[in-house]
Ligand binder design. Structure first.
Ligand code: ZN
Length: 380
C-alpha cells in the first residue's frame, strides 16, 4: 500500500505577517527535515503537489457571502470585516489569503481522494487542519475549514468517517459542523476552555438530536503530561472507534500541546506525541492526516517528521541529520536532537490534573459510550 505526502513551496507565497504566531515557514522546515531523514522519496510513497480547491467545494460548508468577503479581502479591496472575524489580530487580511485557503483545502481534498480511491492507506497534508473556521466567520488563524470540507466529500462518497483532533485547542468548527448528526464521530482532546481559546469543548458538549453521543470532548487542565494524556486517550478513543467502525479516520495533528509551545499550557512531550501517533495508526483503517497548530517551528518540524516516520513504519534516530541543522540555523535554532529537546519539566499539581481527568473520563463513559453504536467496552 502506498502513502501520500502533500506539499508545495507555493505555501511560502503567503504570509500572516511578521508578528503573527502562525509561521508558514514551519511547513518548509518539516518538508526539509523529512527529506534529510530520507523519508522522501521512499519506494512506497507518492509526493503530491496540491491543486487549489474550487469555490463550489468551499460552499459545501461556507456561506456564499462569507466566501465573497474572503475574496475581496484577499484582493485588497477591504481591510477588515469584523462580523466575519477578519481584521488585525488573529485573522489578519493579507494578500492572497483566499488563494492560500484554496490551496490548503485542495491539499486536504487530494488526501481524501487518495484514500477514498483506494490508492493508499495514509495521506498527510501538513498544511491542513484549520479546525476553527466557522460557516461565515474566520476564527483562530483559520479562514476555511478544510477538515469539514474534506469530511463532507468523504461522506458524499459513502464513507463512514471519524475525526480525532489532538490540537491543544478545541476543534470547535468541526464540532459545530457535525453536532446534530450521527454520520460523523468527532473526538477532540484539548486544553480546557476555562484556560484556553476558544473557550468551548467541555465534556458535556456531546451533540444534539441524532448527533447525541457523537461529539466527544476531553478537556485537560493546564500542565497535563504524557501519562495522564495517554491514559485518557486509551480509555476513550479506541473503544469509541471500535464501536463506530469508520471507513476513514481524519485526524488533526496539532503540536501546540508541547510544554514549550508559546500559546498553550499542556505538558505533552515529543515522545508522548509519537506514542499517540502510533495509537492512531493502529486505529485507522484508512487515514487522512492533517497538520494543525504548533507555534514553536522547531517542534513542528520534529513532531510531523516523527509522525510521517511512524506512518511509514520507519524508526528514526535522535541525532538530527547535519545538513538539516544548517537549515534550522537560518532561524537561530541550534538543537541537535529529534526527541530530546522538548522534555517537559514535572509540575507539582499532578494529582489535581489526574483527578480532574479521571472525572472527565468517567463522565464520557456514562454519557457517550451507551449512545455510540456497538461500543466495545462493556459498562460496569
Ligand atoms: Zn491549536
Amino acid at each position: 500500500m502506498e502513502n501520500a505526502f502533500i506539499y508545495t513551496d507555493a505555501y511560502l507565497d503567503y504570509d500572516y505577517g511578521p508578528t503573527h504566531p502562525l509561521k508558514i515557514i514551519r511547513l518548509k522546515l518539516t518538508y526539509e527535515l523529512i527529506q534529510a531523514y530520507g523519508l522522501l522519496p521512499l519506494p512506497s510513497v507518492q509526493l503530491l503537489i496540491p491543486q487549489k480547491a474550487d469555490d463550489e467545494t468551499l460552499a459545501l460548508f461556507h456561506s456564499r457571502e462569507y466566501l465573497n468577503t474572503l475574496r475581496e479581502a484577499s484582493e485588497g479591496r477591504i481591510r477588515d470585516a469584523y462580523p466575519n472575524g477578519l481584521g488585525p489580530g488573529d485573522n489578519p487580511v493579507f494578500k492572497g489569503l483566499y488563494d492560500w485557503s484554496l490551496l490548503v483545502t485542495g491539499a486536504t481534498l487530494q488526501a481524501c481522494d487518495f484514500v477514498a480511491d483506494g490508492k493508499g492507506a495514509i495521506a498527510f497534508n501538513i498544511a491542513g487542519g484549520l479546525h476553527h473556521a466557522q460557516r461565515s466567520r474566520a476564527s483562530g488563524f483559520c479562514y476555511v475549514n478544510d477538515p469539514v470540507i474534506g469530511i463532507l466529500k468523504l461522506l458524499e462518497r459513502g464513507k463512514r468517517v471519524a475525526y480525532i483532533d489532538i490540537d491543544a485547542h478545541h476543534a470547535d468548527g468541526v464540532q459545530a459542523a457535525f453536532y446534530e448528526t450521527d454520520q460523523v464521530l468527532t473526538i477532540s482532546l484539548h486544553e480546557s476552555g476555562r484556560t484556553l481559546y476558544p473557550g468551548t469543548g467541555f465534556e458535556d458538549e456531546i451533540g444534539t438530536g441524532r448527533g447525541e453521543g457523537y461529539s466527544v470532548n476531553i478537556p485537560f487542565l493546564p500542565f497535563t503530561d504524557d501519562e495522564t494524556y495517554l491514559w485518557a486517550f486509551d480509555e476513550i478513543v479506541p473503544p469509541l472507534i471500535d464501536g463506530f467502525r469508520p471507513d476513514v479516520i481524519v485526524t488533526q495533528l496539532g503540536v501546540d500541546t508541547f510544554y514549550n509551545d508559546p500559546l498553550a499550557k499542556l505538558n505533552v512531550s515529543i515522545s508522548g506525541y509519537e506514542k499517540i501517533i502510533r495509537r492512531m495508526k493502529a486505529l485507522a483503517p484508512r487515514w487522512v492526516a492533517l497538520g494543525g497548530g504548533g507555534y514553536d517551528v522547531s517542534n513542528v518540524a520534529r513532531a510531523w517528521t516523527l509522525a510521517w516516520a511512524v506512518m511509514n513504519g520507519v524508526e528514526l534516530s535522535d541525532p538530527l541529520p547535519e545538513d538539516y541543522i544548517g537549515k534550522e540555523a537560518r532561524l537561530g535554532i541550534y538543537e541537535r536532537e529529534l526527541r530530546g529537546a522538548s522534555k517537559p519539566p514535572r509540575y507539582s499539581p499532578m494529582e489535581v490534573v489526574r483527578k480532574e481527568t479521571e472525572r472527565v473520563v468517567e463522565y464520557i463513559k456514562k454519557t457517550v459510550f451507551p449512545k455510540v453504536r456497538d461500543t466495545g467496552t462493556p459498562q460496569e
